[in-house]
Design a protein around this ligand. Sequence first.
Ligand code: HEM
Length: 225
Amino acid sequence: MKRKMEFEFSAGLRWTHWLRAIAIFVLTVTGFYLAYVFVVPEPSNEPVLFLNAKFRMWHEIAGFLLIAVTIFKLYLFCIDRISANERVGFLDALSPKIWIQQIKYYLFIGEHPTLRGVYNPLQFIAYIGLYAMVVLISLTGLILYVHAYQAGGIGGALYDYMRPIEAMMGGLAMVREIHHITMWGILIFVPVHIYMAIFNSIMGKEGAIDAIISGYRFNKPHQKH
Ligand code: HEM
């Protein structure tokens, strides 16, 4: 069947996607260590080990990368011309007809609905959920951060704003708990997301995964995608 090559995802969208994937991977590995120290260096009488500090440092570097990328991606979503195809996904998500068609498709009892945007309603809601979790984990991460770096820099600038939010969340121990539980929310999202990407790529045969790498997708002529 002849396919139409269509530009779907901008360079900004693709870069932010993969930078976020790397950041989340680093944050999960280092976060597990911070929660439960699973590797201990050879003991030494010299004060040269600092393994915990090193894990913490990489966690914070990846944390600020995640925050920066998320802010830029939100900016693209709201403003960018190419990202208009993401924004109209909201209209598809308001249509009960498209919801039903999409669920039927996933149950192998119907055709894929014709969408106005690039995301189907289930996808759109899942991504909103992911963003809510990323905002929550970033906020709780910043609260944990300002307690160690309140003397100056970003920590000093944010300290007074973070303390009331910390109190609202029930104190620092609760903040840490929320931070940790939110990680599990993200860890549930990731394998489902990868499974759905592979599922749609194989079932749709339109290069659904290619689009997040090259930007292009290969649509069948009868439907938008
Ligand atoms: C996907 C994103 C993230 C994951 C999976 C994650 C995971 C974790 C985990 C599991 C812990 C240990 C909590 C515990 O003791 O049970 C932790 C601690 C921490 N996280 Fe994150 N985190 C993420 C994002 C962030 C961000 C955006 C920041 C902000 C800079 C941040 C800053 C911190 C800090 C400062 C600590 C405390 C370290 C300590 O107590 O020594 N995290 N994180």
